[in-house]
Ligand binder design. Structure first.
Ligand SMILES: NC(=O)c1ccc[n+]([C@@H]2O[C@H](COP(=O)([O-])OP(=O)(O)OC[C@H]3O[C@@H](n4cnc5c(N)ncnc54)[C@H](OP(=O)(O)O)[C@@H]3O)[C@@H](O)[C@H]2O)c1
Length: 359
């Protein structure tokens, strides 16, 4: 079994890692770490509110009993000697300090943005750009590390990049315009979004998010070109909003394609999309990367986020757009803390184990 450590194990994404790895056929949880606040406690104590006694477990699945008595280490002093892979689920500021220290010796798969834009760092979505993993060899050599850092995309980029991929392959893309309606869980819980601010409301700005989605989409759909990724050459413009939904990001997407295409062509290309290199056989992979709904009232976050245990992106309302050249528009729902975070990172680990980058 591959031994994994989870850094940021007490947070929303950290908890989703525990759920994603429960009973996993290849990977077992061998160490947990978080901030100084949690260090030295058992996992159960660390997620129990000291004043009220409330168990701050977030996931829909029950708490993972197997780890409740495991000690939580201070991430800055974490013993990584017995580990094969480290899943990092801390904010970017902490990731910037912690992840290179781990990567000197170990494989690091990160949900944080700290290293996503470095030239020698891939942003992997298995099935979409698995061949970008070759960049990890370049990174190891350039940095003199035994391990590496590979981040997954921002949770808002994930569903967008997955659904654009079959359009890009079949028809080419000139431009993308996207407006997101993002779930509350995407903001984490340290401190996250305050209930009174979001109730009866939409918050029209998520600092840094729009720039992340624009850069990451181009990088993910780019081409592995020796020592770096040659980004896809189309422009991406977004507006990212926070809405009063617990989980599941909804995105309204407009695409100007290079070749003209019909709605039925786009729906078929998405339905047929299977990804590359047998990723569908990996333990956490969805059978269908994209589910296309014909019901005009779908996708909805409450009804569609859990498709294929949160690993499929659901698309609906595919229509012609008459404003853009060769315009197509659709909506998507993607689970931000499963495919967009922890289970998506576990899927990356599975790809890298299968292909010999982690052993
Ligand atoms: N939420 C999502 O949908 C989502 C999706 C994709 C990516 N991400 C990314 O995933 C990361 C974690 O997000 P989250 O939503 O899980 O946040 P969160 O719920 O706020 O959890 C933050 C975690 O970081 C730990 N932490 C805080 N300060 C630390 C320090 N100085 N050293 C070590 N650990 C520290 C916390 O531990 P304590 O409990 O000890 O304070 C907690 O475990 C972020 O980079 C975020 O951008 C989130």
């Amino acid at each position: 079994m591959i031994k994994a450590g989870i850094v940021g194990a007490t947070g929303i994404v950290g908890q989703q890692f525990l759920v994603a790895l429960k009973g996993h056929p290849w990977i077992e949880v061998a160490a947990l770490a978080a901030s100084e606040r949690s260090a030295g406690r058992s996992y159960k104590e660390a997620i129990t509110d000291a004043q009220s006694g409330a168990l701050r477990w977030f996931c829909q699945e029950p708490p993972v009993e197997e780890v409740m008595d495991m000690p939580v280490q201070n991430a800055t002093e974490m013993d990584i000697s017995g580990l094969d892979v480290i899943f990092s689920a801390v904010e970017s500021d902490q990731a910037r300090i912690l992840e290179p220290k781990f990567a000197e010796h170990k494989a690091v798969i990160s949900t944080a943005s700290a290293f996503r834009y470095d030239e020698d760092v891939p942003i992997l979505i298995p099935g979409v750009n698995s061949e970008h993993a070759k960049l990890l060899n370049v990174q190891r050599k350039a940095r003199g590390w035994r391990g590496f850092i590979t981040p997954i995309p921002n949770c808002t980029t994930t569903g967008l990049a997955i659904t654009l991929k079959p359009i890009y392959e079949s028809f080419g893309i000139d431009a993308v315009i996207m407006t997101s309606m993002q779930a509350l869980s995407g903001a984490g819980r340290s401190p996250g979004v305050i209930g009174l601010d979001i109730l009866d409301n939409i918050i029209p700005f998520i600092p840094g998010e729009e720039e992340k989605v624009q850069r990451e989409t181009q990088k993910i759909l780019g081409r592995f070109a020796g020592p770096c990724i040659d980004p896809a050459r189309f422009n991406v413009s977004c507006t990212c909003c926070r809405v009063n939904v617990r989980e599941g990001h909804t995105e309204s997407v407009f695409v100007s394609t290079q070749k003209p295409c019909e709605v039925s062509d786009v729906a078929q290309a998405m339905r047929d999309y299977r990804g590359s290199a047998n990723e569908a056989d990996l333990p956490s992979a969805p059978k269908r990367m994209i589910i296309v709904q014909d019901d005009p009232f779908r996708p909805q976050p409450r009804l569609d986020r859990d498709a294929e245990d949160g690993m499929a992106t659901t698309v609906g309302r595919i229509r012609k757009d008459n404003v853009l050249k060769n315009g197509i528009k659709y909506l998507l729902v993607s689970h931000n803390t499963k495919m967009g975070a922890a289970k998506g990172a576990v899927l990356v680990a599975e790809l890298l184990i299968r292909d010999g980058y982690i052993s």
